[in-house]
Ligand binder design. Sequence first.
Ligand code: FES
Ligand code: FE
Length: 457
Amino acid sequence: MSVAKLKSPGLKNRKRKRGEIEASLRALVRADIGEVNGKIFVDPEIYELERERIFGKAWLFVAHESEIPKAGDFVTRKMGEDPVIVWRGQDGKVRVFLNVCRHRGRKVCGEDLGCAAQFQCPYHGWTYSNKGELIAVPFYEGYQGRLDKGELGLYEAPRVESYGEMVFASWEKGKGSLGEYLGEMKWVMDLLFRRSDGMEVVGSPMRWEVDANWKLGAANFAGDGTHVYTTHGFEPALGLRTMRGRSEKERPANYVFVTGEGHSATLVSAPADEPARPYLALPKTLWPQVESRLSREQLDLLRPLASVVGNLFPNLSFLCNAKQPVPGGAGELVSFFTLRQWQPTAPDRMEVWSWCLVDRDAPEEWKKASFLCYTRLFGAAGMFEQDDLENWSEITQALRGPIARRLRLQFKLGLTMTPARDWPGPGMAYRQSTPVDFSERSFYRRWQERIARNGAF
Ligand code: FES
Ligand code: FE
């Protein structure tokens, strides 16, 4: 039997199986009735589709510009499972390269961050400039003119753009811009990412691994308000704060915002009987910057907020929360602002990357207090972080079983909602007086649309 004949049945089987999975995806996620099948969190074939159709195409966050301010600065990151170098060239332009040598596939750069004009691959010495060009090949003459250096630079992401100092890249040679992808979400992002004259990352991102499917983190931050009362119930249990339901009247703003692209944010204001925390408890010295950068509608919305949490589809979540008193600050609250990326490494495993952002012009003491607040609550050993991770790994483990993965999981809170008439921004937002599953349904709906057809981002 020929080699071709030996191979073809396996290929056919794989294609048939993929066709079956694509056909069944519609049944696996029923956003219209708020049901999601457990299989999507553990199935290897579905994970393979995600790698190609979501992480191989979508606009993915790769770095904050403050991490690579000077020519030659780089950080190494992941786009899905692909390792990348985010590198500012001598010309000042930020490029994103696959961190894989074009010779035999070794990772070219093994560092987390640094500044370099060039990298030499440690295996056989092929050398690349910070514009990605292949500039040196040992024993070049021996190739007798059959090796075209001009064709073998580092493989470069065709689309790289920034919004609010956040650098995103996509492997797809599509026409759509990052601005179009973010759409109406930009108006909400501005409240956090562009609220002052510049943000900066404190130190480097923390990283840890979890035995959990990446979507559990993304959907939770997209808008799981229900878990706060049980998962994070330690706060009222320890007497750190009361955890009682609030009527809508007690909160000037309490919106769930979603876009057709699957981005979402939950904006919650402080109840009237809690301490004031104007502009998410930013220091007063920053208020003039905030007031000059945001519109009147944005300022009115931002002023009473206590927290903003959300997710940019697919896997970048954010949270800004006014939480703890400034040490020695006469009862003033300090806020922290974290970005977290859920990086898949297997159907049942992910790396969590977590950044803390502060306003560049904030007082140094405030920056320290904000970072401390972040590490206590959402750093690798943060109290809230640990609570969440345990749930997600327990879910992933439980759904591995052949019976468990058939279960239809429930996302039905607030199934029928009408848009808020008083939402001051673009797009549509919804009022919530008690938690709803609206954002999670929106996330899974978009996930299904993206994965069921091989569409362009
Ligand atoms: Fe990089 Fe050979 S694998 S030089
Ligand atoms: Fe949580």
